[in-house]
Design a binder for this molecule. Structure first.
Ligand code: PEP
Length: 253
């Protein structure tokens, strides 16, 4: 399975800076054996697409989508609108959206299904709070989030296959990453839920990423850990040269 590295700019970079980032990143020497994507704010999709042209690297992603195609949903953006920019994947249910915008498991599931219908790969983010982690409830929380995320008909495989990102909230932006061993255990929990819903074979084919305080020094260790099929990168993706270095560090020489 090809590894996947996704940059999540979060709410950074309008069109001007987004275009500059893409152009600078494309000057980096990048490993061919790894898939690389960048999730940009909606306002920067057009600029990012135009700087990218038809190039396949990096894959263009969005950070959120609504579930309906069109209608009276002021301020929302539909998967078909994202598809018009050539968006190839979209983050769904990032913990910052769950925390600050009240995104629920049910919304996450609906968004993932709608994205697949528009041919966009959903990257469903799950992760437990620091409190749940400390109370030994991580597994229970992740199982519940995963079951709910798969409950509305999302497909595991196909032309826009499901990707899952395990992002413990306590590790995001804290410089305190979850250890590779701990992440591996949680990825096994996620894979078990997918296997129960689909099959063991299908579960083996779904890419499960780890996200939370990874940088260019630590990425290789995570990607060489069994069951970690890629990484989601926030802070360390803001500088295109650092992100380029991170991508190179991820590929064993
Ligand atoms: C994220 O927000 O998806 C993330 C992984 O952030 P960071 O790398 O900054 O912890």
């Amino acid at each position: 399975m090809r590894k996947l590295i996704i940059a999540n700019w979060k709410m950074h970079y309008g069109p001007v800076k987004a275009g500059a980032w893409i152009r600078a990143f494309r000057r980096e020497r990048l490993p061919k054996e790894i898939d690389i994507g960048v999730a940009v704010p909606h306002t920067s999709l057009a600029a990012a697409r135009s700087s990218l042209g038809r190039a396949g690297v990096p894959l263009l992603g969005a950070q959120n989508s609504f579930w309906e195609k069109e209608g009276p949903y002021t301020g929302e953006t539909s998967p078909t609108m994202l598809a018009e920019f050539g968006v190839e994947f979209c983050l769904v249910g990032h913990s910052e959206r769950r925390t600050h915008l009240g995104e629920t498991d049910e919304m996450v599931a609906k968004k993932a299904v709608a994205l697949q219908k528009a041919g966009i790969q959903p990257v469903i983010c799950v992760g437990e709070s620091e409190e749940a982690h400390k109370n030994g409830e991580a597994e229970k929380v992740i199982k519940a989030q995963m079951k709910a995320a798969l409950a509305q008909g999302v497909k595991a495989t196909g032309s826009a296959p499901l990707v899952v990102a395990y992002e413990p909230i306590w590790a995001i932006g804290t410089r305190k990453p979850c250890s590779p061993q701990n992440a591996r255990e949680m990825h096994e929990v996620i894979r078990e839920v997918i296997a129960k819903k689909f099959s063991k074979k299908v579960a083996q084919d779904v890419r499960i990423l780890y996200g939370g305080s990874i940088d260019e020094r630590t990425v290789a260790e995570y990607l060489s850990t069994t069951g970690i099929d890629g990484v989601l990168i926030g802070g360390a993706s803001l500088d295109p040269r650092v992100f380029g270095l991170l991508c190179r560090s991820a590929a064993p020489a």
